[in-house]
Design a protein around this ligand. Sequence first.
Ligand SMILES: *Cc1c(COP(=O)(O)O)cnc(C)c1O
Length: 412
Amino acid sequence: MKSQSQEGYYGNYGGSFIPEILVPAIHEITREFEAVKQEPSFWQQYCDLLSGYSGRPTPLTYADRLTEHFGRAKIYIKREDLNHSGAHKLNNALGQALLAKRMNKTRLIAETGAGQHGVATATVAAKLGMQATIYMGREDMERQYANVFWMKRLGAEVVPVDYGTRTLKDAINEAFRDWVSSFETTHYVLGTASGPHPFPALVAYFQNIIGIEARDQMLGLEGRLPSRVYACVGGGSNALGVFQAFFPDPEVELVGVEAGGQGPNSGKHAVRIAYGQGKPGIAQGYKTLFLQDRDGQMTDTYSVAAGLDYTGVSPILADLSEQGRVRFTAATDEEVVRTLQLVMRKEGIIPALESTHAFAGALQDIAESSSSDIFLINMSGRGDKDIFNIAEGLRDEEWTEFIHRKHTQYAK
Ligand SMILES: *Cc1c(COP(=O)(O)O)cnc(C)c1O
């Protein structure tokens, strides 16, 4: 029996399609979320933790050498890589954990694909003295073992999911299964601005801090708003995080960059919107554009950036695309690898492969821009923590040899 509520729709998308048994849990979160939105003291507590623990506000960096290289739009970078644990993910995990404490929950559960949200949740659980259980597909655990290592070291239990494709969507199902029997004591920390209402709104609310800061910083540095704001889009949380603050400013163009993988006709990408291949469907508790086959089965996605490798997309973004408020584009793996090398050498910063999609999207437009334009790029996370993936993405032979040497060393 599925329960559907009219609440939480964004145009044609969103809603809440969940087993009847979870309705009270979802209602409790919705109620609590509505309450804290009216409480400045809760937001203050959240901001205090962000500044004292997480290092916020993160800077807005003028990319002078990259700007000079193209001689067109001025490029600014919002530095979520400098947020604790190296990405924007902690903003959401911290906010939801504070909410969970208010609801007297003692345990957090989370799904994770690449492991980044799992690490953020494990980090927050340690900091706030809560238990954590992280569900992760067995296949993903094999591919992202470094993150599994950190989750366990931080005290979380990591549960391998051994059915289906053994990836993110199976981990989500398993997390919901846990929650059905545990919601009295447990909060489900959903990792992105997707899933059943109120999660898209809740996650977007906590990530809003990115855009609030960036807008202020831009006005302080330039005395004006950016012409365009770029963000990569997996589930959509960092994009909504930076975009929302600019919703009242129609002159600011908002651009979401999806993972083009091996291109539009390869079947190996995660582009739901920009290639027009995502079709409306209902899965994982909500309605959005999913990459699916003719029978409505979700198709496998692919990207060099594991964090963008997802078949659905935030219902809020699906709607904003239909409204024409957010433009969508895609960057292929090849563009991303090329862009990453340029950004590292020109700016001395190492964006995550996910974040590099936002840079690549901006560079697609740079030739047509003028020196009176300002591009704001949201750098959602840092890449040095993903050294295995980046070295693989760059096909670095010396690194591969190093791994072989290490292996031989341990085998002795
Ligand atoms: C998880 C992740 C993403 C994708 O998630 P969104 O919810 O779309 O933001 C992007 N960048 C980094 C660094 C990530 O860890």
